[in-house]
Write a protein that binds this ligand. Structure first.
Ligand SMILES: Nc1nc(=O)c2c([nH]1)NC[C@@H]1CN(c3ccc(C(=O)N[C@@H](CCC(=O)O)C(=O)O)cc3)CN21
Ligand SMILES: CC(C)C(=O)C(=O)O
Ligand SMILES: [Mg+2]
Length: 273
């Protein structure tokens, strides 16, 4: 046995191989302490551009920059050891050309040490996905509801409700699958369509608002923990209610400071005598 026995992380290929074996478990993470808590329980952590809305108070993900994604990617890498880490390419960092996409994705891999990137898009992004994958950058696809298109689609509405939308999702998912994505996030998509593409595609589907028929599931951690409550899409389940717990703790702290009951003797440095 070599002296280099660093524990190996799950790879994108390991994630891909889970299709047909067992459901794939994923959550978002943006910071070191949260990554530490989630890492033992998930197959991959996504450093999502949703951090713009959740951490920075932006109205959409459009304002998120590559530098923001890299800083948070580094933080999540420091807090994890076994899960695969995937970082979102933010709006404007990959749509212009496949060369621009490679440049942005390469920066993410080199500066964070993560092993894959995610990009939103269907048939129009297939050439880009093939360009990245064939040059050593594993890609997680993202079809269906695409939040970076909010300015042209006019909202966060679920898709697949008429034949035209169904045909587009079919074509988009097939194109990204054929281009070599190791898995594909399917967001905000009606159940029969999510079920059909999951049965048809080579790569696993990771659903968010896309029914239990998908090969895996992902949620925004702050949503499922009940920390981020500015909006609650239908697909979010609160597995905890941390917002009221935090409010209560802060209220108690404020009251104790005002009553001078905090800090107590055990929180106070005294001169020995
Ligand atoms: N915290 C958070 N969670 C997310 O899931 C998320 C983000 N942020 N930021 C990026 C995108 C934006 N997403 C969203 C945002 C809102 C809805 C929403 O309000 N959906 C409504 C239906 C709206 C309609 O049909 O008009 C719902 O009830 O699901 C859905 C997805 C998903 N992503
Ligand atoms: C919701 C997931 C899929 C995402 O793209 C994000 O968190 O940015
Ligand atoms: Mg995203």
């Amino acid at each position: 046995m070599s002296v280099h026995t660093a524990k190996r992380r799950l790879s994108p290929a390991n994630i891909e191989a889970l299709k047909g074996e067992r459901p794939i478990v994923s959550l978002t993470a943006y910071t070191t302490p949260i990554a530490r808590l989630l890492d033992p329980h998930v197959d991959f952590l996504l450093v999502g551009d949703s951090l713009g809305m959740v951490l920075y108070g932006l109205d959409t993900t459009v304002g998120v920059t590559l530098d923001m994604m890299i800083a948070h990617g580094q933080a999540v890498m420091r807090g994890s050891e076994r899960s695969c880490i995937v970082v979102d390419l933010p709006f404007g960092s990959y749509q212009e050309s496949k060369e621009q996409a490679f440049r942005s994705a390469a920066r993410i891999l080199k500066e964070t040490g993560c092993s894959a990137v995610k990009l939103e898009g269907g048939a129009e992004m297939a050439e880009t996905v093939d360009f990245l994958v064939s040059r050593g950058i594993p890609v997680l696809g993202h079809v269906g509801l695409m939040p970076q298109l909010v300015n042209t689609t006019g909202g966060y509405r679920s898709v697949g409700r008429n034949e035209k939308e169904v045909a587009k999702i079919r074509r988009d998912a097939k194109a990204i699958d054929d281009a070599g994505a190791f898995a594909i996030v399917v967001e905000g998509t009606v159940e029969p369509v999510a079920r059909e593409i999951t049965a048809t595609l080579r790569s696993p589907t990771i659903g968010i608002g896309a029914s239990p028929a998908c090969d895996g599931q992902i949620l925004v951690s702050d949503d499922m923990l009940g920390i981020f409550n500015d909006f609650k899409p239908r697909f979010v389940k609160h597995f905890a209610e941390l917002a009221p717990a935090i409010s209560k703790a802060v209220e108690d702290y404020a009251n104790e400071v005002k009553a001078r009951t905090f800090p107590a003797i055990e929180h106070t440095f005294q001169l020995k005598r």
